[in-house]
Design a protein around this ligand. Structure first.
Ligand SMILES: [Zn+2]
Length: 61
């Protein structure tokens, strides 16, 4: 199973759709991994505009 990152919100998924955006704009060319457990308390979540917990890619090409 290949993990891909959403180009819109950077969420990492193993499916064919982004679970958040419901789009298929996924890329397997991503780097960095950010695990957000508590978006309200996470500085990096604020910087990246993440409002839901989950696993995100730092960079998506
Ligand atoms: Zn998305």
């Amino acid at each position: 199973m290949t993990e891909k990152a959403c180009r819109e919100c950077h969420m990492i998924t193993t499916g064919v759709l982004c679970p958040k955006c419901k789009t298929t704009t996924l890329s397997d060319d991503f780097s960095g991994l950010v695990i957000v457990i508590d978006p309200a308390a996470s500085e990096i979540a604020k910087v990246m505009g993440i409002k839901e917990k989950g696993r995100y890619a730092l960079r998506v090409r």
